[in-house]
Write a protein that binds this ligand. Structure first.
Ligand SMILES: [Zn+2]
Length: 282
């Protein structure tokens, strides 16, 4: 089994989205008044090359997001910027790895924000798994008002519901196995969205934690810092606490979608709580 990182271009957002300020609606509105942008952050998707078949987790962004300046939605129009070209979409990058559209058995979406579902069109032959609550939140006009782009889903998009059962997996209250061996498991990580899930890949002693947007980077997770978009900061806080306690109970490589360190962390299998060795100049 091997996990590959696919970087589908970059996004930049307001600093008040990365680390929330205040509580409730005020925290969410702070994104709109904040004048400070982050640096360009990566948008990762993940490929699990598993004996049961290839599983893709999230699909990254699509070049259509370069047109967000035309959107009527204030968040999409003003509060996020994207950088991508067509060759950086997930489809061409998978082909470069020798993986064609029919080779991907399943696609699991941590949530349906536009930089996670933007590459769906590349997977017409795969089973696509989405949490039912997430699909409800994202669908129709109500979804568009919430900042999702259901109008950009491929016409054939009809995902299968991923039903997490109330079977705890470590500190996570609900989970479901995605492989026969039980070495790939989806767990409930609510907060960033109410039905957000993460995917855990267990390779011998190491767990690769494909975290979606539970936090924008590892440092914020360890500090328990809730982002600026979570509707309920208590729920987000509990999830961050659960992730931290999981990473303290077993060797874990934590891989958020937008953490600039996620790619190198995966390549080096760098565990949470250890420091990247600094390279000495010769
Ligand atoms: Zn998101």
């Amino acid at each position: 089994m091997k996990v590959h990182a696919i970087q589908t271009g970059f996004v930049r957002i307001k600093t008040a989205q990365v680390e929330g300020r205040g509580h409730g609606l005020r925290r969410q509105l702070a994104i709109f008044t904040d004048r400070n942008w982050t640096d360009w952050l990566p948008i990762y998707a993940w490929v699990i090359d598993h004996p049961d078949g290839i599983i893709v987790v999230d699909t990254g962004q699509g070049a259509h997001l370069l047109e967000t300046g035309k959107s009527l939605h204030p968040y999409i129009r003003w509060e996020a910027g994207f950088r991508i070209d067509r060759e950086a979409e997930i489809g061409p990058q998978l082909r470069a790895l020798g993986i064609g559209p029919r080779d991907v058995k399943r696609v699991v979406l941590t949530h349906l924000h536009m930089d996670h579902d933007g590459g769906l069109k590349h997977f017409p032959h795969s089973e696509i798994l989405v949490a039912p609550g997430e699909l409800r939140s994202a669908s129709g006009w109500a979804g568009r008002v919430r900042g999702y782009l259901p109008n950009r889903w491929p016409s054939w998009f009809d995902p299968a519901p991923i039903h997490l059962t109330p079977e705890p997996f470590g500190p996570f209250a609900a989970s479901v196995r995605l492989t026969r061996a039980g070495d790939v498991v989806a767990v409930a990580t609510p907060g960033h969205t109410a039905s957000h899930i993460s995917v855990l890949v267990q390779d011998e002693e190491t767990t690769f934690f494909l975290a979606g947007d539970t936090s924008y980077n590892e440092h914020l997770m360890l500090g328990g810092k809730v982002d600026g978009v979570s509707a309920d900061d208590r729920i987000s806080s509990a999830t961050l606490h659960a992730i931290k306690s999981f990473t303290q109970s077993q060797p874990t490589v934590y891989l958020p979608t937008h953490d600039p360190q996620s790619g190198v962390r995966l390549a080096n299998r760098r565990l949470v709580g250890t420091v990247e060795p600094t390279v000495q100049a010769a």
